[in-house]
Write a protein that binds this ligand. Structure first.
Ligand SMILES: Cc1cc2nc3c(=O)[nH]c(=O)nc-3n(C[C@H](O)[C@H](O)[C@H](O)COP(=O)(O)OP(=O)(O)OC[C@H]3O[C@@H](n4cnc5c(N)ncnc54)[C@H](O)[C@@H]3O)c2cc1C
Length: 447
């Protein structure tokens, strides 16, 4: 006999979106359970060492994401585990937000407890039970056997749309045509880096770095990120399909997070592909670390301090929802009457098969709206999505996938679920103006 747990709202996936969804749902007063397959929270931010968070601002420096996401930053700052939003010395966006991943795990636990959320860690969702077009329960595989969690509403924050997929809601994957997704990256950290030496080299050789690097301000800005070293990378001729080195500084003073490996052509929902990706990614880490130590000024005494517990997965399945955010919506900074989150992060496509990155910046006031309809899957009536797996095209996902946006759509999904429970209606039937009012009251920026 399975163990049975009952809740109003069941959030599956404890990454940045799921944490915020569960906090919002718990704060609404609904009995909320959060299910996470790992023994810790944070998703890509902790398991895959994704860092820093980018971005809470538009290119002009206007903050467009706040709410629970900002509460998390405030708490991290109080714990001396984040400097807050700092200028991006790569020059790709206006601000980036460094944070200590270990403290993020604790802050998330604290906030979930305060919101009354029951966490089930070490629990993998691998089955859903339906009654008609509604999910009745999810089944978890755990060390203590199968557990069935019954709920009135479910939120899919698995990043991979596992819940939607398992329930038969239509899902999409990758770009139109060949269905290829953005590549995976095994991230790692190095310590013992002389960042002042890196900065001096950049100032002396600006042509070897990204053209948007803010060289005029670099002397006075603390170095937060570096993109380039084109010459060194080309000369090394490593078997990695990328054309530049990318790293960010912190959290320690002599530490960097390297985002340079690239594993292409594999499907992040296929276990054999994932196995191959972990193998390839870890070998690339050793190659890139050696390259950096041997060739890059400032890295002479550096060594690896940590490697992701899993490879970073940029793109897999997404729901095919009531509306799919389009590339034009993003680039034109389109407004929607059912806005539930905004973002100023550009389209940022790491090439599924080539070497480069394709970017397109947001016009208008520098931010675009994410409509509520992007959180509503087709067919299943008591399910919402938040985070990376919301309904977009492949191109638009290349901005909504960024962590602050995932935190914001997660909060919106949790808040919407709380309203649906309160009124006894399905998520598609809630009054969106009530959702917008509650989100605004909770600090979200929708204007
Ligand atoms: C290589 C790489 C670089 C990136 N760079 C940046 C960056 O610099 N800045 C930035 O802001 N963002 C960056 N991103 C994007 C960002 O990290 C992710 O898109 C974001 O974490 C997605 O949040 P999420 O909560 O939707 O999903 P995830 O972070 O993937 O979290 C999903 C959670 O669900 C859990 N889960 C999944 N399936 C199940 C299941 N069946 N049962 C139980 N639990 C499950 C997972 O363990 C995980 O905790 C990067 C991503 C990658 C991969």
């Amino acid at each position: 006999m399975n163990k049975i747990i009952e809740a109003d709202i069941v959030v599956c996936g404890g990454g940045p979106a799921g944490i915020n969804a569960a906090i919002a749902a718990g704060r609404s007063g609904a009995k909320t359970v959060l299910v996470e397959r790992y023994g810790f929270l944070g998703g890509m931010s902790t398991a895959a060492l994704v860092y820093p968070w980018m971005t809470f601002h538009t290119t002009d420096g206007k903050q467009v994401i706040a709410g629970i996401a900002q509460e998390i930053i405030d708490r991290l700052m109080q714990a001396d585990a984040s400097p807050g939003h700092v200028r991006d010395t790569v020059g790709f966006v206006h601000t980036i937000t460094p944070y200590h991943p270990e403290m993020y795990k604790i802050v998330a636990l604290d906030m979930l407890k305060e919101a009354g959320v029951r966490l089930l860690a070490h629990s993998f969702v691998d089955e859903t039970r339906l009654q008609g077009d509604a999910i009745e329960s999810v089944r978890l595989t755990t060390k203590s056997g199968k557990i069935e969690v019954k709920g009135r509403l479910f939120i899919d924050t698995t990043g991979d749309a596992d819940l939607a997929y398992l329930s038969g809601a239509p899902c999409l994957q990758g770009r139109d045509g060949d269905k290829r997704t953005q590549p995976m990256t095994m991230k790692f950290r190095m310590r013992g880096v002389d960042l002042e030496r890196v900065k001096q080299y950049m100032l002396a050789h600006p042509d070897e770095f990204y053209k948007k690097t803010p060289f005029d301000e670099l002397e006075r800005l603390p170095l937060s990120g570096v993109l380039g070293f084109y010459k060194h990378w080309k000369e090394a001729d490593l078997p990695i399909n990328r054309d530049q080195v990318l790293f960010f500084t912190g959290p320690a003073d002599d530490e960097v997070l390297v985002n340079t490996t690239r594993v292409q052509g594999l499907d992040g929902t296929d276990v054999e592909h994932l196995t191959e990706a972990e193998d390839a990614g870890r070998r690339q880490v050793m190659m890139v670390a050696k390259f950096m130590r041997d060739r890059l000024p400032g890295f002479e005494k550096a060594s690896i301090s940590s490697v992701g517990a899993q490879i970073g997965i940029r793109e897999t399945r997404r729901i095919d929802g009531a509306y799919a955010l389009q590339v034009d919506d993003v680039v034109q900074g389109r407004r929607f009457s059912d806005v539930i989150a905004r973002s100023g992060y550009p389209i940022d496509i790491h090439d599924p098969s080539g070497k480069g990155v394709t970017a397109a910046w947001v016009q208008g006031d520098g931010a675009y709206d994410i409509p509520y309809r992007c959180l509503l899957p087709k067919r299943i009536t008591n399910l919402l999505a938040g985070g990376r797996c919301i309904s977009t095209t492949h191109e638009a996902l290349a901005t909504t996938r960024l962590t602050p946006s995932c935190m914001a759509t997660g909060q919106a999904a949790g808040t919407a679920a709380g309203i649906a429970i309160k009124h006894g209606v399905s998520p598609a039937d809630i009054d969106v103006s009530e959702l917008q009012a509650e989100l605004t009251q909770a600090g979200a920026l929708l204007k």
